[in-house]
Write a protein that binds this ligand. Structure first.
Ligand code: SAH
Length: 213
């Protein structure tokens, strides 16, 4: 599969839908216009790639809905060269959007099947995270902490303490919290011990699972 003018046209239409739905950050919208989402899906879903929908990517996982990717990216307020930790690499689409926003990205996936697929897929696509890690996102990635931002792309039944601990002062954790549905939640680290918490709308994610492969 290739990226063609037709695909770019569809991405522009998708970007307009996201703007209508309330995404205001122009850098995020530009990133959505640039990343060829159809290449992150099985070719049989090509026609659906630019609808604002989640889709299966194997191993019972999904590529997040574009609106969700845009919403989380917007809350993260990525600045050039920010060091970002992503929990739940999945298809790598959100990873690619973060890189497009100028972030330096560490990304963790617990499913070895998806991790292995990305080992081949990322270089082919020119997607260059600082590191893609096979492991348990509940623990974060202490080796490279603290982070400017942490984004969790699976539904977390609880807020893992290590993730809060691995934020810089001023750093942002964007995490959907809940079991059936999730409330999009933003934590901003104000000081060593203080976190400001804000809640946004309700979303639906696959669960953040404990590492019991
Ligand atoms: N960002 C992805 C969304 C994938 S869905 C995308 O754009 O496609 C969420 C992903 O989180 C799944 O791939 C799932 O395997 C992974 N996941 C679930 N629990 C995890 C954990 N504890 N640590 C790391 N990844 C986890």
């Amino acid at each position: 599969m290739k990226d063609t003018l037709k695909h770019r046209g569809k991405r522009n239409l998708l970007a307009n839908i996201l703007i209508e739905k309330g995404i205001e950050d122009t850098k995020v919208i530009e990133a959505i216009k640039k990343v060829p989402r159809h290449l992150f899906l099985d070719s049989s879903f090509e026609d659906h790639a630019y609808q604002d929908k989640a889709f299966p990517i194997g191993a019972e996982q999904t590529i997040s809905q574009p609106y969700t990717v845009a919403f989380q990216s917007q809350l993260l307020e990525v600045k050039q060269n920010d060091v970002i930790l992503e929990i739940g690499t999945g298809s790598g689409y959100q990873t690619a959007v973060l890189l497009q926003l100028g972030a330096r990205v560490y990304t963790i996936e617990r499913q070895s099947q998806l991790f292995k697929k990305n080992k081949l897929f990322f270089p082919k696509m020119g997607i260059r995270p600082k590191k893609a890690i096979l492991g348990d996102g509940y623990k974060g990635y202490p080796e490279e902490a603290p982070f400017d931002g942490i984004i969790v792309t699976a539904g977390a039944p609880i807020v893992p303490k290590p993730l809060l601990a691995q934020l810089k002062i001023g750093g942002r954790l964007v995490i959907p919290v809940g079991v059936e549905d999730q409330i999009m939640t933003l934590f901003v680290r104000k000081s060593e011990l203080e976190f400001e918490k804000q809640e946004f709308g309700s979303f639906k994610f696959v669960p953040l699972l404990e590492n019991k492969n």
